[in-house]
Design a protein around this ligand. Structure first.
Ligand code: BGC
Length: 377
C-alpha cells in the first residue's frame, strides 16, 4: 500500500511538471521534470544538474539541448549565461540552434553532396546551396532518450539517439550519445560517442550561444577572447572552406592574444554580415583533451575556458541574430547578442582530403569530449 502511494505520488509529480531527484552524490544532484509535449505528441523531459557549488545546468531531451546554465560572477552572483527560450514551443519553432546537440554532421557540406565508398549521397540543401547542421530534421529536432549515470562519482545524464539508415540522406544506422556532467570544479563536460552499422560520416557538436554577462544582457562585443589557433580555414561566399589552411597571424582573425571580440569585428572579411563565422584550426591538433579557447566578460569577471579533443572550433558571433527572437529573459536577441564556440572537425571535411577525416566505420566508436570550465576574476 505504502509503495502504491509512493508510486502514485511520483507519477503525480512527473505529470505536474514538478522536479523529482533521480540521482545524487557528493553534493551533486540530478532532477527530472516534464518540459511538455512536442507538436507530434512526444513527451519531453528537462534534466537539472546541480553541483556542490550551486552551479546549475538544464538540458532537455528535445535536441539534447542546453536550456540554462547558471554560473557565478566574481562576487558570487549567478546568471544564466546561455541564450534560449522558456518553453519547448520556443525550441520547436524556427531558431538558430540555441543550445542544441548538432548531428549527424555539424556545419556545412558543399551542395549537400558527398561520395563514400564510390557511392554518391545527396543531402538536403537547407542553407543556400549547402547542407547545414544535419539537415531539415537534424539531431537538434529529435527527442533523445535520457538516463542518469555517474561519471567519476558525479551525477550526470546520458542522452541517446538512434538515427535510422538514410535518415536525412546519411547512410548507416547511427547510435549517438552525449553525456553531460557538471563537475564540482564548475566544468560542464560533454562526452560524445557514436557507432554505426555501415560506413558513414559523423561530426557532433553543441551549438550553445553564450553571453557571460547573462542572457539578454546586450552584445558580446566586449568579451575578451583567446583562441589557441595559428591557422583557420578561409571560406567562399557561401561559407564553404576554399580548402586553404591560412595563417591568422597579423590579421583580424588572430585571437592568440586576448582581444575583445568587437575590436576588429567590422573588418572581418567574407560574407558573414559583420562578424566571425569561421573554423579555427586548433594548435593542439585534436585527439587529446586540451585547452583551446578562453573568454572573459570584463564587468562580471566571468571566465569560460573551452577544452576539447576536436581539431577545430567554429567561432560564430551571432551575426544573423536580428531582434526577431525573444529569449528567456523577455529580451529580443540583437545581432552579436551571443557567441558560439562549436568544437568540431572542419566544415565540408568529407569533400576535402586534406582535412582530418569524418568517416566512421562499423566496429569503431566515434569519441569526442568538450569541456566548458567556468571561473571568475
Ligand atoms: C554557422 C552559421 C549559422 C549558425 C546558425 C553556425 O554554426 O556557422 O553560419 O548561421 O550556425 O545556424
Amino acid at each position: 500500500m505504502k509503495h502504491w502511494i509512493a508510486a502514485a505520488a511520483l507519477l503525480a509529480l512527473a505529470s505536474s511538471g514538478e522536479a523529482q531527484t533521480v540521482a545524487a552524490s557528493k553534493g551533486g544532484r540530478v532532477d527530472k521534470s516534464s518540459f511538455g509535449t512536442t507538436k507530434d505528441g512526444q513527451a519531453v523531459d528537462l534534466y537539472t544538474l546541480t553541483n556542490a557549488n550551486g552551479v546549475v545546468a538544464k538540458i532537455t531531451t528535445y535536441g539534447a539541448l542546453l536550456t540554462e546554465l547558471h554560473v557565478p560572477d566574481r562576487t558570487g552572483a549567478a546568471a544564466d549565461v546561455v541564450l534560449g527560450f522558456k518553453t519547448l514551443q520556443g525550441y520547436e519553432g524556427d531558431h538558430p540552434y540555441f543550445g542544441a546537440t548538432i548531428g549527424r554532421v555539424a556545419n556545412r557540406i558543399a551542395k549537400g553532396r558527398f561520395r563514400l565508398n564510390g557511392q554518391e549521397y545527396t543531402l538536403a540543401t537547407n542553407n543556400g546551396p549547402n547542407h547545414l547542421h544535419g539537415g531539415l530534421k537534424g539531431f537538434d529536432k529529435r527527442v533523445w532518450k535520457a538516463q542518469p549515470v555517474s561519471v567519476g562519482g558525479v551525477p550526470a545524464v546520458r542522452f541517446t539517439y538512434t538515427s535510422a539508415d538514410m535518415e536525412e540522406g546519411y547512410p548507416g544506422t547511427l547510435t549517438a550519445t552525449v553525456t553531460y556532467t557538471l563537475t564540482h570544479a564548475n566544468e560542464l563536460r560533454l562526452e560524445y560517442t557514436a557507432t554505426t552499422d555501415k560506413p558513414t560520416i559523423v561530426n557532433l557538436t553543441n551549438h550553445s550561444y553564450f553571453n557571460l554577462a547573462g542572457d539578454g544582457q546586450g552584445t558580446i562585443l566586449d568579451h575578451e577572447l583567446t583562441i589557441m589557433a595559428d591557422r583557420y580555414t578561409p571560406v567562399d561566399d557561401t561559407l564553404i572552406p576554399t580548402g586553404e589552411i591560412a595563417s591568422v597571424r597579423g590579421s583580424v582573425m588572430d585571437f592568440n592574444r586576448s582581444t575583445p571580440i568587437g575590436a576588429r569585428i567590422r573588418e572581418v572579411p567574407g560574407p558573414a554580415p559583420g562578424g566571425y563565422d569561421h573554423n579555427y584550426v586548433l594548435s593542439h591538433g585534436g585527439g587529446v583533451l586540451a585547452m583551446s579557447a578562453t573568454v572573459r566578460e570584463p564587468k562580471s569577471g566571468r571566465v569560460m575556458e573551452v577544452l576539447t579533443t576536436e581539431p577545430g572550433v567554429q567561432l560564430y558571433t551571432g551575426n544573423f541574430l536580428d531582434g526577431t527572437l525573444t529569449g528567456k529573459a523577455g529580451v529580443a536577441y540583437q545581432k552579436n547578442g551571443g557567441f558560439c564556440l562549436e568544437t568540431q572537425h572542419f566544415p565540408d571535411s568529407i569533400n576535402r582530403p586534406n582535412f582530418p577525416p569524418v568517416v566512421l566505420q562499423p566496429g569503431r566508436t566515434y569519441k569526442s569530449t568538450t569541456v566548458y570550465r567556468f571561473s571568475a576574476r
